[in-house]
Design a protein around this ligand. Structure first.
Ligand SMILES: [Fe+2]
Ligand SMILES: [Fe+2]
Length: 191
């Protein structure tokens, strides 16, 4: 279960097929950012022993995804470069509460929703791209991203009572559906 309230609009996949180069470069950035975010939590919450190993494992896995995507960029002759990021993650994280433990719980749940949205879109890419190696890449990765979604939800449940976490996840998912539904005038994994 990905806990997403709103499915991706059908026009996204047609845009992604046209702007595939941007989507692939953005995807590489997203994997790098996912690793960096997990490492950032290791710095911010050193006393939360139960988070450290899952987050360290997650960061390693996201960096492996990063290098996997880089190899596809090389194969397709696409140069990795800076790309204006989608405003999605920043807007999503605006809903994070200021006080602990709400700040940690909300951060984990927003990261869970980012993973869920990645997974949903990778499934669309796996079904729609012409290049069989890219289809295979996305079929492989989407299972990891679904697992990452669950890991972040489980970590939030280690910090607070699961029924409260569930209720908050629903609220944040409704917020996520508004953020992903906002036109961003760029084609990205999360725009
Ligand atoms: Fe990943
Ligand atoms: Fe992930």
């Amino acid at each position: 279960v990905l806990n997403l309230v709103r499915p991706t609009d059908e026009e996204w996949i047609s845009r992604a097929r046209v702007d595939l180069e941007d989507v692939l470069i953005d995807h590489a950035h997203c994997e790098k950012k996912a690793a960096s975010t997990a490492v950032g939590l290791l710095f911010r919450y050193p006393e939360r022993r139960e988070l450290l190993e899952p987050l360290a494992a997650l960061a390693r896995e996201e960096l492996a995804h990063f290098t996997e995507v880089l190899r596809h960029l090389d194969r397709l002759g696409i140069a990795y470069r800076r790309l204006r990021p989608s405003p999605y993650a920043g807007r999503l994280l605006e809903a994070v509460r200021d006080e602990e433990p709400g700040r940690l719980i909300d951060t984990l749940l927003c990261l869970a929703l980012i993973e869920a949205r990645s997974c949903e879109r990778m499934k669309l890419l796996a079904g729609a791209l012409d290049d069989p190696e890219l289809r295979a890449l996305y079929s492989g990765l989407l299972a990891s991203e679904a697992r990452h979604h669950q890991i972040y939800v489980d970590l939030a449940c280690a910090v607070d009572a699961p029924d409260r976490v569930r209720a908050r996840l629903l609220e944040l998912s409704e917020h996520e559906s508004r953020v992903i539904g906002t036109p961003a005038f760029m084609t990205r994994m999360h725009a």
